[in-house]
Each structure stands twice: as C-alpha cells, then as structure tokens.
Design a protein around this ligand. Structure first.
Ligand SMILES: NC(=O)c1ccc[n+]([C@@H]2O[C@H](COP(=O)([O-])OP(=O)(O)OC[C@H]3O[C@@H](n4cnc5c(N)ncnc54)[C@H](OP(=O)(O)O)[C@@H]3O)[C@@H](O)[C@H]2O)c1
Length: 325
C-alpha cells in the first residue's frame, strides 16, 4: 500500500481510502458480518483511511464501521476515520449533540477527521458560528482535524478565516473521470493550501467499472435510481470512457476501475479516492489501483476524452412529459 500525509499534518493515510456509505439501506449492506468482511479485507491490505457520515443509515454506517475496526483489534492510532456532520446540524446546539452521538456510535473514543458534509442551506447558520463550534471540538479533544465537503471555495475561505488556531486539512468532493468539476477550483486550491481531497464517487457510482452497459443498464433500486451518470443520455459518454479504460488497462494487466482510480491519484498528489465497496473481492481490486502509475500518454488520453464527456444533471427532469401542453 502507498501512503501519504494528511493535509499539512504528519498523519499517514493510505493513498486509497474506503467509503462506508455502502453500509446503509441506500446501498444495501446492512448485515454486520458483510460489512466486517469488507473492513477486514481493507485493513489486511493496508487501507487505514475510512470515511463515513452521520446521515449514512442515520448511524448504521458509523456503527458497523466502528464495530468492525474495534473487533478486528486495529490499533487506534493506526487508523484514520472521517465522519461528516450534515449541513442541517450546523447550529451550535446540534453540533455538540450530534458529535457526541457520533463519538458514541463509532465507539473509537474520538473522531479523527470531522467534515461539514454540506453547507447549511436551510437554516442560514452563519459560517463563523459553526466554524467556531467545530474548532472548539478540536480544542476539547473530541475531534482531531477539521474538513469541508461539497463547499464552494468562497465559503471555504470564509470558514478558514473564522478559525483561530486550527485549519482545514481535508476536503471531500465528487471527483471522477466523468465528473471533473473539482478540477476547476477545488483541486488547485487544495494543492496550494496543502489540503487532502477525499474524492467521492471516484468510480462514478460503479459506472466506470465497465460492468454496466447501455444495453443492459439495470433498473437500480438503490441510491442510483436517478443518478445522472446512468441516464442513457449521459451513459453514452461514460461508456466511451469505459472502452478506453479497458484498452489501456489491458496493457497494464489492470481493470477499468483500477485505471480510473489511478488516473485520479496521478492527476494530483493531494487526491485520495475513497471508493465504496460491498464485498471483500471489490476491496482487493480497489487496493490494487495504487502502487503503480499510468504513463503520461495514457493519462493524457483519458484526460482528453474525459474533457469531452458532458454530464447533464437535469436529464431526468427533462424527460418529464407535462400532462397538459
Ligand atoms: N461527501 C459526500 O457528499 C459524498 C457523497 C457520496 C459518497 N461519498 C463517500 O464516497 C464513498 C464512495 O462513493 P460512492 O459509493 O458514491 O461511489 P463509488 O465509490 O464511485 O462506487 C461504489 C460502487 O461501485 C461498485 N464497485 C466498487 N468496487 C467495485 C469493483 N472493484 N468492481 C466492480 N464494482 C465495484 C459497487 O456497487 P455495485 O457492486 O452495486 O455496482 C460500489 O457500491 C461513499 O462510500 C462515501 O463514503 C461522499
């Protein structure tokens, strides 16, 4: 396994992490033993960077992940777990209450990385108010490092300027070969300020693995039922990417998923993909996406093709046929 430093700290985190949203009804892994087998394989292969969130199964994901790490006997200081507090909980009362609950549910004594999951769009809590509350949690030892997920840079700046002693060490954003908005602002900002980016949906929710085809796109019953990358209008471009991932992968003896993840880590030294896995076999494949690098020309070929893939997020809405015209 390859490792890198987290943000500006000396914390050693694996160059590929593991997302745990899969441990919830949204993705279907709700049995403890199944979740444990996934975490166990990750630990065995040297993955020490795990991500969960309060809203994943409303506690179930934190519960299954924390319990698995405890039962596997992993040394506390050899694992780094991020969890996320939703934008709806960012008033100071809910910050303290929910973080206390999260510490209890995870059962790991403290939180390594706490990220605001998204900005508080419903309650208009001023940035400086929740920034100060989150910083206090670091002072009080409940949380070790702070991060922001799905925040525009304007708000990141405002958040950072509200902190007095600590800084943002982690970003979490959607970043995959088919959806590269993070390239515009977030990646250069993170590189400049020494912030680790946890790339979420790095496989475009499985679309880049090559196992779903336009002809046999499943009717997803999980969280992907209305996922933009799987809309036929968008999947065409995704499929062209998959073909190139396949042909490049064949030369390296790698799968499309491994090439897609390697493209991300080759793109930037601060990017750490956090793919989700539902089975140990998937973890093995994901873990082997690091420890090697794509050549410059292969990286560029994917870069160029992916720039021509445009994902429309309004596609499902545009399908709607008004009852009366
Ligand atoms: N901050 C945020 O707002 C945010 C949002 C989304 C996700 N996240 C985090 O990012 C993590 C990953 O994102 P994600 O789950 O949305 O998408 P993802 O990692 O792009 O896709 C995960 C899915 O791909 C399939 N897959 C994984 N490994 C595979 C393999 N080796 N071979 C074939 N298929 C494989 C699995 O589904 P199937 O086997 O069913 O196809 C799996 O559930 C989450 O667990 C979560 O921690 C954060």
């Amino acid at each position: 396994m390859e490792y890198t430093n987290l943000g500006k700290t000396r914390e050693k985190v694996s160059r590929i992490g593991l997302g745990a949203w899969q441990f919830s009804e949204a993705w279907g892994v709700t049995e403890y033993m199944q979740a444990k087998s996934v975490v166990s394989k990750a630990v065995e292969l040297g993955i020490n960077f795990f991500d969960t969130a309060m809203v994943y199964g409303l506690g179930l994901s934190e519960d299954l992940l924390g319990r698995a790490l405890r039962e596997l006997g992993v040394r506390r200081d050899e694992v780094f777990v991020t969890t996320k507090i939703p934008g709806d909980f960012l008033n100071p009362l809910d910050v303290y209450r929910s973080v206390e609950k999260s510490v209890e549910v995870l059962g790991l004594g403290y939180i390594d990385g706490l990220l605001a999951h998204w900005p508080p769009c419903w309650h208009n809590v001023p940035t400086r108010v929740y920034a100060r509350a989150l910083e206090r949690l670091v002072d009080l030892g409940r949380v070790r490092y702070l991060g922001l997920s799905n925040f525009p840079i304007e708000l990141v700046e405002s958040f950072r300027s509200s902190l007095s002693k600590h800084d943002v060490e982690i970003f979490q954003v959607r970043y995959n070969l088919a959806e590269r908005w993070a390239d515009e602002e977030v990646v250069p900002y993170a590189e400049r300020h020494g912030i680790t980016i946890q790339a979420w949906s790095p496989l475009a929710k499985g679309a880049l693995t090559g196992k779903y085809t336009l002809e046999s796109l499943p009717k997803f019953t999980d969280v992907r039922a209305r996922e933009a990358v799987f809309h036929p209008e968008n999947f065409d471009g995704v499929w062209r990417l998959v073909q190139l991932l396949k042909s490049i992968g064949e030369r390296y003896g790698r799968t499309p998923a491994q090439v897609a993840l390697n493209w991300l880590i080759t793109a930037s030294p601060v990017v750490v993909p956090i793919p989700g896995a539902k089975a140990p076999e998937q973890v093995v494949e994901l873990a082997n996406s690091v420890g090697w690098r794509l050549s410059y020309s292969d990286w560029r070929a994917l870069d160029e093709l992916s720039r021509r893939v445009a994902i429309s997020y309004s596609a499902y809405y545009l399908d709607y046929k008004p009852q009366q015209v």
